[in-house]
Design a protein around this ligand. Structure first.
Ligand SMILES: [Zn+2]
Length: 138
């Protein structure tokens, strides 16, 4: 059990408590969830892929897009997650025939701060790879 501070009165309370014992302020469950920052970086692509963006989905929600050599970050709660990538070769016309999709499950653990997976997608001659890394921060 860990102690957290009530954001209303500053009283120290259990992180398992639903209400502050002093002021009665409800403790949001969200505040008790440990989150980790995860970086999704796209590997540098060759000449033909240099202008291709990869759309990144976490748990089936689009969180943004990366371009060659760039990255995006997101805070995720501990537990299982699913990353999927969508790579349209024709960026202006994202239809099913030019979109490649692939996905992978990954786990953010409480005790070890380690996520390091690679996920690749390929469409025709163009291959895109994203690396998922966890940032350890206090
Ligand atoms: Zn309080």
């Amino acid at each position: 059990m860990a102690l957290i501070k009530c954001k209303e009165c500053g009283n120290e309370i259990s992180d398992k408590a639903t209400h502050c014992v002093r002021c009665g302020c409800p403790i949001k469950i969200e505040e008790n969830i440990t989150k980790r920052k995860v970086i999704i970086s796209q590997k540098k692509m060759g000449f033909f892929g240099s202008g291709v963006n990869i759309f990144v989905y976490i748990d089936n929600q689009m969180i943004g897009k990366t371009s060659s050599g760039n990255s995006i970050s997101i805070e995720l709660p501990i537990g299982k997650h699913f990353i999927s990538l969508e790579m349209p070769v024709n960026q202006a016309n994202r239809n099913a025939s030019n979109v490649s999709k692939d996905g992978k499950e990954f786990l953010i653990k409480e005790e070890t701060n380690e996520v390091n997976i690679n996920i690749s997608i390929k469409l025709g001659l163009i291959e895109g790879t994203c690396n998922v890394d966890e940032i350890i921060y206090k």
